[in-house]
Design a protein around this ligand. Sequence first.
Ligand SMILES: Cc1cc2nc3c(=O)[nH]c(=O)nc-3n(C[C@H](O)[C@H](O)[C@H](O)COP(=O)(O)O)c2cc1C
Length: 368
Amino acid sequence: MKQIFLFLTALLFTCCSSDIEMKAETTSANHGKTLVAYYSYTGNCRSIVTELTNQIEADVVEITPVDKSQKYEENGYAIGTALLNAIKANPNDASSYPAIDPVTVSLSDYQNIIVVTPLWWSQMAAIMQTYLFGAGSQMADKSFSMIVSSASSGISGVVSDAKRLVPEASWMGDALWINNSNRRNTASLIEEWLKTLNFTEGQTTTNKMNITIDGKTQSVTLVENAATHALVEKLQQAPVSIMLNSSGGFEIWGPLGFSLPKNDQQTTAQPGDVILYNGSNLCLFYGTNSWSYTRLGKIDGLSESELRTFLKAGESNIGVVLSLDNSAAIKEVKSNGSEDGTYYSVNGQRVQNPTHGIYFKNHKKVIL
Ligand SMILES: Cc1cc2nc3c(=O)[nH]c(=O)nc-3n(C[C@H](O)[C@H](O)[C@H](O)COP(=O)(O)O)c2cc1C
């Protein structure tokens, strides 16, 4: 009875707040892929996700509880309440959170994360809390925002839960609140909200870098952070040649020869990860290791054994060239038409005395 009263009180007291509320530190430029992670018990959040993905290009992952037979609303929402109370009593203990099915998506592939979650008793639905309790630490260098669906209660408690569970995320804008009285306007609410996030066409453009070793080139999807901005700026001037060495049975690494802005976080690096260590060293992983690192990106599409071959695992003095994907510049060089042995930079500029790096000569890529 007390719970029903509280629920009705919540409905009465919260119906007048604005649709978009609770601002955190915001970031405006959002380049990179977007992941929408949602949980839905009665279908409202699922409909919101359908509308959201009509408007932006994003991958979607549904978070589902292991126990699908639960009736959270029965007996005055007794089960939902018990789940939330358990989390409140011990928020740092994984066993306080209800079990969810494994989520196979790799967060390192994404720069923008949008969580779509129901509100339960003015808090984030327990099932979504489980996901963020496990994955929140991997969202440290991501741009983050949230859509919260409630019957009528305001969402400040859900935003507080998100800040507790994803403390390091950079909010790209305020959370959007969709409730029973504005639900019919979901499409226009999302459209307006996306404008406040500065979602532009650019946000679906993946930032890429190339790594060339021994004549073989692999693309890397870069995350967006201050370190990758600085690295791209550097590579826009010229490719960077470095010498790396195998170490620890899990990586090749060595000095970049310059520093990048670091934002080190305790990270478990995975095969394929491209990592900045101590601000001025590059680590390319073919195994796993936990350390305080700044993530730069991930080598695209290679299995662990392909990575070992590509990275020359176990060897020393491995010459590595970092460059940008310059298909536009390559076209420019080709249209020149001459085969006079002139070296061109990857930006299509004539180079008189080429040193180390990637060049184009007689329409062919050459690495010096
Ligand atoms: C356990 C539980 C607790 C809820 N508590 C509240 C509440 O305190 N205030 C409110 O406005 N809505 C509350 N709701 C309603 C949901 O927030 C709302 O129906 C939401 O749109 C459900 O999203 P879904 O359909 O994606 O599950 C609760 C629902 C459940 C199941």
